[in-house]
Design a protein around this ligand. Structure first.
Ligand SMILES: C[S@@+](CC[C@H](N)C(=O)[O-])C[C@H]1O[C@@H](n2cnc3c(N)ncnc32)[C@H](O)[C@@H]1O
Length: 217
Protein backbone atom coordinates (compact mmCIF):
# COMPACT_ATOMS: atom_id res chain seq x y z
CA UNK A 1 0.00 0.00 0.00
CA UNK A 2 1.53 3.30 -1.16
CA UNK A 3 0.05 6.78 -1.63
CA UNK A 4 1.97 9.52 -3.44
CA UNK A 5 1.11 13.25 -3.21
CA UNK A 6 3.23 14.38 -6.13
CA UNK A 7 2.27 18.09 -5.95
CA UNK A 8 3.75 18.37 -2.47
CA UNK A 9 6.54 15.81 -2.95
CA UNK A 10 5.30 13.60 -0.11
CA UNK A 11 4.12 10.01 0.38
CA UNK A 12 2.88 7.43 2.89
CA UNK A 13 2.95 3.63 2.78
CA UNK A 14 2.57 0.51 4.88
CA UNK A 15 5.91 -0.67 6.24
CA UNK A 16 7.55 -2.37 9.19
CA UNK A 17 10.47 -0.64 10.89
CA UNK A 18 11.94 -4.06 11.69
CA UNK A 19 11.99 -5.01 7.99
CA UNK A 20 14.15 -2.52 6.04
CA UNK A 21 13.09 -4.14 2.77
CA UNK A 22 9.61 -2.63 3.36
CA UNK A 23 10.93 0.98 3.43
CA UNK A 24 14.22 0.95 1.47
CA UNK A 25 12.46 1.48 -1.87
CA UNK A 26 10.69 4.62 -0.64
CA UNK A 27 13.38 6.28 1.49
CA UNK A 28 16.76 7.09 -0.04
CA UNK A 29 19.89 6.94 2.15
CA UNK A 30 20.72 10.26 3.84
CA UNK A 31 17.63 11.98 2.41
CA UNK A 32 15.72 12.95 5.58
CA UNK A 33 16.15 16.20 7.54
CA UNK A 34 14.13 15.19 10.62
CA UNK A 35 12.51 12.07 12.02
CA UNK A 36 9.71 13.15 14.38
CA UNK A 37 7.96 10.18 15.87
CA UNK A 38 5.98 8.56 18.66
CA UNK A 39 6.76 4.80 18.71
CA UNK A 40 4.81 2.28 20.79
CA UNK A 41 6.55 2.18 24.18
CA UNK A 42 4.95 -0.83 25.82
CA UNK A 43 7.18 -3.69 27.02
CA UNK A 44 6.48 -6.12 24.18
CA UNK A 45 7.15 -3.52 21.43
CA UNK A 46 10.46 -2.15 22.69
CA UNK A 47 12.46 -3.81 19.90
CA UNK A 48 11.06 -1.16 17.52
CA UNK A 49 13.57 1.30 19.07
CA UNK A 50 16.41 -0.78 17.60
CA UNK A 51 14.68 -0.56 14.23
CA UNK A 52 14.27 3.19 14.73
CA UNK A 53 17.95 3.91 15.37
CA UNK A 54 18.90 1.79 12.36
CA UNK A 55 16.45 3.74 10.21
CA UNK A 56 17.91 7.02 11.56
CA UNK A 57 21.48 5.88 10.75
CA UNK A 58 20.38 4.98 7.22
CA UNK A 59 18.06 7.85 6.35
CA UNK A 60 19.21 11.03 8.16
CA UNK A 61 21.29 13.65 6.37
CA UNK A 62 24.57 14.61 8.08
CA UNK A 63 22.80 17.72 9.44
CA UNK A 64 19.72 15.68 10.34
CA UNK A 65 18.00 15.20 13.69
CA UNK A 66 15.37 13.11 15.39
CA UNK A 67 12.71 13.75 18.06
CA UNK A 68 11.43 10.57 19.73
CA UNK A 69 8.54 10.54 22.19
CA UNK A 70 8.53 7.80 24.85
CA UNK A 71 6.93 7.06 28.18
CA UNK A 72 8.96 7.23 31.40
CA UNK A 73 8.94 3.55 32.29
CA UNK A 74 11.40 1.88 29.88
CA UNK A 75 13.95 4.64 29.30
CA UNK A 76 16.99 2.51 30.37
CA UNK A 77 15.96 -0.31 28.01
CA UNK A 78 15.25 2.15 25.18
CA UNK A 79 18.67 3.79 25.50
CA UNK A 80 20.37 0.38 25.40
CA UNK A 81 18.52 -0.44 22.19
CA UNK A 82 19.31 2.98 20.67
CA UNK A 83 23.10 2.79 20.98
CA UNK A 84 24.67 4.08 17.78
CA UNK A 85 28.03 5.23 16.49
CA UNK A 86 26.52 7.83 14.17
CA UNK A 87 23.26 9.11 15.73
CA UNK A 88 23.73 10.59 19.20
CA UNK A 89 21.50 11.60 22.13
CA UNK A 90 21.69 15.40 22.62
CA UNK A 91 18.91 16.51 25.01
CA UNK A 92 15.50 15.82 26.53
CA UNK A 93 12.42 18.03 26.04
CA UNK A 94 9.22 17.88 28.11
CA UNK A 95 5.86 17.47 26.36
CA UNK A 96 3.34 18.83 28.87
CA UNK A 97 -0.25 17.60 28.89
CA UNK A 98 -1.55 19.95 31.57
CA UNK A 99 -4.88 20.85 30.01
CA UNK A 100 -7.63 19.69 32.36
CA UNK A 101 -9.57 18.20 29.42
CA UNK A 102 -6.74 15.90 28.39
CA UNK A 103 -7.30 12.44 29.84
CA UNK A 104 -4.53 11.52 32.29
CA UNK A 105 -3.26 7.98 32.41
CA UNK A 106 -2.32 6.53 35.79
CA UNK A 107 0.49 4.01 35.61
CA UNK A 108 -0.70 0.84 37.35
CA UNK A 109 2.68 -0.24 38.82
CA UNK A 110 3.95 3.04 40.19
CA UNK A 111 0.59 4.86 40.55
CA UNK A 112 1.88 7.97 38.80
CA UNK A 113 -0.69 10.35 37.38
CA UNK A 114 1.10 11.28 34.20
CA UNK A 115 1.27 14.95 33.09
CA UNK A 116 4.26 14.92 30.74
CA UNK A 117 6.25 12.77 28.36
CA UNK A 118 9.91 12.92 27.41
CA UNK A 119 10.86 13.88 23.88
CA UNK A 120 14.43 12.79 23.15
CA UNK A 121 16.53 14.83 20.74
CA UNK A 122 19.10 12.87 18.73
CA UNK A 123 21.38 14.19 15.99
CA UNK A 124 24.21 12.98 13.84
CA UNK A 125 26.07 16.02 15.20
CA UNK A 126 24.64 17.66 18.35
CA UNK A 127 26.74 20.80 17.75
CA UNK A 128 24.61 21.55 14.65
CA UNK A 129 21.48 22.18 16.77
CA UNK A 130 19.98 25.67 16.49
CA UNK A 131 18.40 27.42 19.49
CA UNK A 132 15.25 25.73 20.87
CA UNK A 133 13.16 25.70 24.03
CA UNK A 134 12.94 22.37 25.80
CA UNK A 135 9.29 22.51 26.85
CA UNK A 136 6.21 21.95 24.66
CA UNK A 137 2.77 22.68 26.11
CA UNK A 138 -0.21 20.84 24.58
CA UNK A 139 -3.00 23.32 24.03
CA UNK A 140 -6.60 22.18 24.45
CA UNK A 141 -7.44 19.98 21.47
CA UNK A 142 -10.33 17.57 21.61
CA UNK A 143 -9.32 15.89 18.36
CA UNK A 144 -6.24 14.22 19.83
CA UNK A 145 -7.72 10.71 20.00
CA UNK A 146 -10.13 11.04 17.07
CA UNK A 147 -7.90 9.22 14.56
CA UNK A 148 -5.85 6.92 16.81
CA UNK A 149 -6.20 5.81 20.46
CA UNK A 150 -2.63 7.04 21.08
CA UNK A 151 -3.02 10.18 18.95
CA UNK A 152 -0.92 13.22 19.86
CA UNK A 153 -1.72 16.91 19.80
CA UNK A 154 -1.42 18.47 16.36
CA UNK A 155 -0.74 22.00 17.65
CA UNK A 156 2.06 20.73 19.86
CA UNK A 157 3.60 18.84 16.93
CA UNK A 158 3.33 21.97 14.77
CA UNK A 159 5.29 23.78 17.45
CA UNK A 160 8.00 21.09 17.45
CA UNK A 161 8.19 21.24 13.65
CA UNK A 162 8.42 25.04 13.56
CA UNK A 163 11.09 25.09 16.23
CA UNK A 164 13.30 22.30 14.87
CA UNK A 165 12.85 22.23 11.09
CA UNK A 166 12.92 24.61 8.12
CA UNK A 167 10.40 25.16 5.34
CA UNK A 168 10.67 22.41 2.66
CA UNK A 169 12.56 20.08 4.99
CA UNK A 170 11.80 16.37 4.61
CA UNK A 171 10.16 14.96 7.77
CA UNK A 172 9.79 11.22 8.34
CA UNK A 173 7.43 9.50 10.79
CA UNK A 174 7.84 5.69 10.71
CA UNK A 175 5.10 5.16 13.35
CA UNK A 176 2.56 7.57 11.90
CA UNK A 177 -0.56 6.13 13.60
CA UNK A 178 -3.40 8.61 12.93
CA UNK A 179 -0.98 10.97 11.17
CA UNK A 180 -0.40 13.79 13.69
CA UNK A 181 3.23 14.46 12.64
CA UNK A 182 2.38 14.40 8.94
CA UNK A 183 -0.64 16.69 9.16
CA UNK A 184 1.40 19.09 11.29
CA UNK A 185 4.18 18.93 8.65
CA UNK A 186 1.66 19.63 5.88
CA UNK A 187 0.22 22.59 7.82
CA UNK A 188 3.74 23.98 8.25
CA UNK A 189 4.67 23.45 4.56
CA UNK A 190 7.24 20.72 5.12
CA UNK A 191 7.51 17.62 2.91
CA UNK A 192 6.84 14.30 4.60
CA UNK A 193 7.19 10.54 4.38
CA UNK A 194 5.15 8.40 6.73
CA UNK A 195 4.63 4.72 7.26
CA UNK A 196 2.94 2.36 9.69
CA UNK A 197 2.71 -1.40 10.03
CA UNK A 198 -1.10 -1.16 10.29
CA UNK A 199 -2.73 -0.74 6.86
CA UNK A 200 -5.91 0.63 8.45
CA UNK A 201 -4.00 3.66 9.69
CA UNK A 202 -2.36 4.13 6.29
CA UNK A 203 -5.87 4.43 4.82
CA UNK A 204 -7.05 6.78 7.59
CA UNK A 205 -4.04 9.06 7.17
CA UNK A 206 -4.46 9.06 3.38
CA UNK A 207 -8.06 10.23 3.81
CA UNK A 208 -6.96 12.97 6.22
CA UNK A 209 -4.28 14.19 3.81
CA UNK A 210 -6.59 14.14 0.77
CA UNK A 211 -9.25 16.08 2.73
CA UNK A 212 -6.66 18.65 3.78
CA UNK A 213 -5.21 19.02 0.26
CA UNK A 214 -8.69 19.47 -1.25
CA UNK A 215 -9.54 22.01 1.46
CA UNK A 216 -6.37 23.98 0.68
CA UNK A 217 -7.10 24.14 -3.08
C1 LIG B 1 1.88 5.54 19.47
S1 LIG B 1 1.21 5.13 17.94
C2 LIG B 1 1.50 6.60 16.99
C3 LIG B 1 0.39 7.61 17.18
C4 LIG B 1 0.58 8.88 16.37
N1 LIG B 1 1.70 9.67 16.87
C5 LIG B 1 -0.66 9.73 16.36
O1 LIG B 1 -0.62 10.88 16.86
O2 LIG B 1 -1.71 9.26 15.90
C6 LIG B 1 2.42 4.01 17.31
C7 LIG B 1 2.14 3.42 15.93
O3 LIG B 1 3.25 2.56 15.60
C8 LIG B 1 2.76 1.51 14.76
N2 LIG B 1 3.74 0.41 14.78
C9 LIG B 1 3.91 -0.55 15.73
N3 LIG B 1 4.92 -1.38 15.39
C10 LIG B 1 5.41 -0.95 14.19
C11 LIG B 1 6.45 -1.39 13.32
N4 LIG B 1 7.17 -2.50 13.61
N5 LIG B 1 6.72 -0.69 12.20
C12 LIG B 1 5.96 0.43 11.90
N6 LIG B 1 4.93 0.86 12.66
C13 LIG B 1 4.67 0.20 13.79
C14 LIG B 1 1.40 1.16 15.36
O4 LIG B 1 0.57 0.55 14.39
C15 LIG B 1 0.89 2.55 15.81
O5 LIG B 1 0.01 3.11 14.84
Amino acid sequence: MFYLYSKIGSCIFSGDILKPETYNNFIAPESIDWIITDPPYVRNSLNVFKGLIELAEYSLKEEGGMIVMTGQKYIPEIFKLMKSNSVHYCWMLAYLMLDENTKKSVNKDIHAENYWKPLFLFRKDCSKQKKFKDIIRCPKDNNDKKYHPWGQNIKAFEEIIEMMTDKDDFILDPFMGGGTTLLAALNKKRKFIGFDIDQNYVKIVNERIIRKLNFNR
